[in-house]
Design a protein around this ligand. Structure first.
Ligand code: 3PG
Length: 306
């Protein structure tokens, strides 16, 4: 049986070594397709794969059609909006993710970007500190919980909104639960986004919410670009010249935003929240174990297309 690791944005070499070890010790063959730029290469490589490990790589109906032997896809990471779940189900392919494995890396980047924003993108001018400021966490999943932990180390006041998470869980983490999105944006100088991109959340953060931020508000997006209404963001930044937007996800209108708002906006060139050796090792090796567990024993604990 063959397991294909297809990563347009490769894992650190040490993580690939770990994945290889797990796959080969199980008696399977590993094929590596890294940094591919043409979908044709993925279509060819996946043709005789039984298992597939990916990151943000797109797995759509065309890929699934080409993957005649495929039984399981594991997205080494949290968000699986890059996989067509319905098509996978129709092809009888199990889709899994590896929740929590890369969340500390993403949470650390939140603070890398928060500090950069309040120190004026390190331009040498006088900035402000994070201590004693309020941070609102928009969705209290694995990344949100790590953000809360680190925020407390900075001496910040932490609150969180998550209709899918019981208040007790939020309170147990020493965080104040918030019950409306308006309240979250209105009362927090920093808002950190951790909502997944779904039909319900796409373009859900725009002008109305962003302009609720208090003076010198900073919106931090390490989630997905799709959750932002970019026209609304631009309008908000135009009207509220005190607000900043920093994102690990390049918006579609990145060039226009950069040109109009300069140092009040920042985007990483490529999504890099989970791009650390530790996160690559954790998520990559977890994915390898999950592929083996599925192919060998039919274990599907993290299946998302049930
Ligand atoms: C995730 O959903 O796990 C993160 O967005 C990381 O994505 P990546 O594996 O493409 O870096």
């Amino acid at each position: 049986m063959k397991v294909l690791v297809a990563t347009e944005k490769p894992f650190a070499a040490v993580a690939v070594d770990g994945i290889r070890k797990v796959i080969e010790e199980a008696g399977y063959e590993l094929e590596l397709l890294e940094k591919y730029t043409d979908k044709k290469d993925l279509l060819a490589a996946v043709a005789n794969a039984d298992g597939l490990i990916i990151r943000s790589d797109k797995v759509d109906a065309e890929v699934l059609d080409a993957a005649k032997q495929l039984k399981v896809v594991v997205r080494a990471g949290a968000g699986y909006d890059n996989v067509d779940l319905e098509a996978a189900t129709a092809h009888n392919v199990c889709v899994e993710n590896t929740p929590g494995q890369n969340s500390n890396a993403v949470a650390e980047l939140v603070f890398g970007m928060a500090v950069m924003a309040v120190r004026n993108m390190y331009d040498g001018t006088s900035g402000t500190e994070l201590k004693d400021k309020n941070i609102g966490i928009h969705a209290f999943g694995q990344v949100g919980r790590n953000v809360a932990r680190i925020a407390k180390g900075f001496g910040m006041e932490v609150s969180a909104l998550d209709p899918y998470c019981p208040d007790e869980v939020i309170v147990a983490a020493g965080v104040t639960p918030v019950h409306s999105v308006e309240e979250l944006y209105k009362n927090n100088r920093f808002v950190s986004l951790h909502i997944p991109a779904t039909a319900e959340t796409k373009k859900s953060v725009g002008y109305d919410l962003i302009t609720l931020l208090p003076k010198n508000g900073v919106l931090i997006n390490t989630a997905r670009k799709e959750v932002i209404d970019e026209e609304g963001l631009a309008k908000a930044l135009r009207e509220r010249t005190d607000i900043k937007y920093v994102a690990d996800i390049k918006p579609d209108s990145a060039d226009a935003l950069k040109e109009e708002f300069g140092n009040r906006v920042f985007f990483t060139p490529k999504k890099m929240g989970a791009q650390t050796s530790e996160a690559n090792i954790n998520a990559g090796i977890a994915a390898a174990h999950q592929v083996v567990a599925f192919l060998r024993d039919g274990i599907n604990k993290f299946q998302e297309n049930k």
